[in-house]
Write a protein of this length. Sequence first.
Lengths: 54, 240
Amino acid sequence: MPGMGVGVIEGGWEFVWTAYGVSAAILVGYAVSVHVRYRAERARRRREEAPQGA
Amino acid sequence: MESAVDPRPTPAEGSIPYLLIGLGLALLLWGSGWGLFVAPQESYMGDVQRIMYVHVPTAWNAMLALTFAFACAMVSLLRGGWKWDARLEAAMEVGVTLAVLLCIQGSLWAKPTWGVWWDWDPRLTTTAVMVFAFAAILALRRFVDDPVRRAAWSAVAAIIAFADVPIVYFSVRWWNSLHQLQSSPETVSRAFHWPLRINAFGVLFLMSGLIALRARVAELRLRDELGPPLPLPAAAQGGL
């Protein structure tokens, strides 16, 4: 590995970018999934509670 | 509108969860930008150490979410109430999501620093046990149709699974571990404090908003399940 033996790890930005990219994807993806589930459940409740024939 | 005798949960309305999620994402953007482009390079790990600014806040908040799940499980068992069962489900799901993310970030930090993606050392092993235990509870909840039994059963299981959370935290002190000791303002150079703090609050707000929103989903599903006749939660029936 580059830098081994001199006391400092050199490079490694690919790991940094991947960590931040995966974090963003999982956090935003999960937030979107919760939002979509909330909207779907709320829409279902509205449908079920709407008066018959409305 | 909920009637006085209707024990079913009525999910809160309003945009507070969305405000928390938005604030959390904004703080994460700010803190991550600071950590990536402004904070100095660490003396030994170089730029790879910048993973700390997302890894450590994720770890803190994953444990916080699972601790909140434990509190919800206790209240659900002792006092009953569908809201606590919904909050338990939400906190476990958010906690597991953060814990899985934590393992991925840790792996990406381990490879360039330890030379391996994963090692069965005490911290990593106890974290894996924590993830699988809470994920198993979430998966098994889907197989219990009776909401009363499901609430009681999953609260007990969450309390048992929570026993691993303090073990995860103290594992690096109790046993020889490849993993470094806990990071805190006392153990981290002052130059790294601000991006770490900003991201810690970013994940905290995001986690809080997500738990609140996910609990609403669980409450709406419970309302659907608890259509008349209306059963009472475990505690209201005299406990387990």
